[in-house]
Structure formats: structure tokens, C-alpha cells
Design a protein around this ligand. Sequence first.
Ligand SMILES: [Zn+2]
Length: 404
Amino acid sequence: MTIVAPAYILTPSKILRHKAVAFDTKIQKIAPLEELLKLYPQATIIKAPDQLLLPTFANPHLHLEFSANKATLSYGDFIPWLYSVIEHRENLLPMCDRSCLDQALDTILTSGTGAIGAISSYGEDLQACANSPLKVHFFPEIIGSNPAAADVMYASFLERFHQAKKHENHRFKTGVAIHSPYSVHYVLAKKALQIAKKYDSLVTVHFMESKAEREWLDSARGPFAKFFKDLLGQSRPVNDPKEFLELFMEHRTLFVHMIWADEKEWEMVKSMDATIVHCPISNRLLGNGVLDLQKVDPLPYTLATDGLSSNYSLNLYEELKAALFLHPNKNAVTFAKELIERSSTEGYKALGFEGGIIKEQAPADFQLVSLPQDLQNQEEIYLHLILHTSKPQAVYIEGKRHGT
Ligand SMILES: [Zn+2]
């Protein structure tokens, strides 16, 4: 047994003072230190009088296979970015070998994230994810708008899905990723979702990320018209967005981006078992705008980094800072608390893992962070945590310490 005694605990919905946490792989007891010392006289004590204890974060949407990108891909606008992905992916993918993947996973872990949703296009990241101490919901992705290639694309997806299934345990789950309504033929999406139904898998989909996607799906116009004509000889979209959304009615789904979703689509998504995944930095860099969080309500939402194909970091503290500044109409103090809760408890829940909360019998997944010594107003602790933290001092996953 180990006992950690920090200055503050964020559960994260409540702020606890003068409490300590006794843990092995799980949190066994939360009580004043003196009480825990009597209960567990043999325990190892970690005194952390200048630190704050909070749950690890969950990052439910990233693309590890693109982790070699720093400045290869074009930012600023979605369509030039997409062209640059197509142009450079043959070079970028092999550049992210096992050590690159391990390094990305290590950055995630040591920056305070304990659970991820990994969208896998090729399956190259499977072993690294399965061997990581992180809790991983692994999503083999299906893509393909050309009916002639549908069988090949489906076979590839199925192979990667079953490979991932072999690694399942309490830390590793397999889901199904449908790339998007513009890139996955209706029949192909339907077949992949039948697999999700059969195995009761969590589903994830990029939906209405860009203005170009909106225009293309609504009217077969805009910059996607040239893209599809030049690259695939396609003149019509492969989905009606509402019919496409109906496919998800019976599934638990993480809808990623949603910036350009219309009223009717929001209404449909709100009738489903849905969580919205908000990627503010990726959206900013690709010129997609900012998700209106008022439209999300009352659905749950979480924050995610997306991949290094559209971000400079997989550290969720960076995403928290960006979110704080990209929603200027929200009160900074109360919104900071909301963001921390969404990124921990809500994120773990969205991925289907226990954790993301400091309570008895929860897994001992938490982080210790230095606290500004001049903190005056206790309720501002969430805001100062976001503003003053770039990395925690220690991260524990199921009671095992990682990091410095
Ligand atoms: Zn993505």
C-alpha cells in the first residue's frame, strides 16, 4: 500500500483539502493522513505538500501513425491540408517506426493522460498500443468511397479489426472507426457498423469537420468537387448526411468535430447514445472554425488532440489552454473546471474505461502537479492548473509510477 498526501485533491468535481489517498492498483481509501497511517502502518508515504492530485486525462481521438509529421503537412485550410496528406503519407507513415510510436505514447503518458482512443488507418500502431501502459481503445478505421474498391477496403478493415481483437484485456478494447460521410460509401459504412453491432463495439466518426464537407454533401459543390473529380473521378457525394447519420442510431458513438453540423443533424445526434469530441487546436490549424459548445448541450463532450498530422503536441495541457482561449464567452474560472472534468471523468467514460475520477475503488490512475504557491482563491485552482502546468511531476496508472 502507498499513501499520497497532497495539498489538494481534485476529484475532479470537488476540491478536497487535508485528505490523503491510500492506493495499490486501486484507490483503497480517501481520509485524513493520520487516519490512513493508523489503518495502513506499513504503507509507503509520499508527502506532496506543494502538489495537487487529480485524475489522469483521457484523449479519445488521435492518429498515432502520423506522429512523424512536424511541418510536412500544409496548415491553414482543410482542402490544401488533405491534398498534402495524400501527397506525403507514403513518406510520413514509414517515418513513424516503432520508436516514433513509443515516443508518442510516452509523451502522452508523461503529460498526464492515462487513456486514449487511437484511430488506426493501417494497423501499424497496434503492437505499440497493446504494449503501452496506457488504457487504449483501438479503432481500426474503414475508408473508401469507390464502390469498385469496397470489397478490398472492407477485407482490410476486417483483418485489422480481428488482429486488434486478439489483444483485448481490461486495458485494451477494440472499436470501429468510420472515417467520414464524404469518404466512406454508404454500403461500406453499413457493413462495418454491422461488425460493431455484432461485437458491441464503440464507434467513432469524423462528422462535419469542414465547410468544404458541408458544401460537398449538401450540393456536390465547393472545393471537394474538384478534389473528388481529379482524384477519384467522382462527381456526386456517396452519402446524404442525414441518411448516413441514421446508420449510427443503434450505436454508442463518438462524433468528432461537428463544427458544421446543421440543426437537424444536431437533433438526430442528440437522440443517440453520443459523445462529442472537440479538437480545438486541430480545428484552428486546418481553418475549420470553432465548435459552438452551446449547440452541444446537453450532450456530453470531451477534448482531444487529434493526431500530430493536425497538431504540434499530444499533450492535453496544450489542448486545455487552447480550449480556454478559443471560447472567450465562457467565464474562465468556471469553464476551466468544466474542461478538467470533461477531459478526465467524461473522457474515460466516453472510452468505456474505469477511471478519470478520484474515488474509492476507482483504479489508481492519477497525476501529481506542482501548485502555484501564492494561490489565494481555492475555486480558481482549475484555472491555475491549466495556466501553469505544461507537464505533471508524476503520473500513476493502476498504482504504478511513470515519469520523473
Ligand atoms: Zn481525426
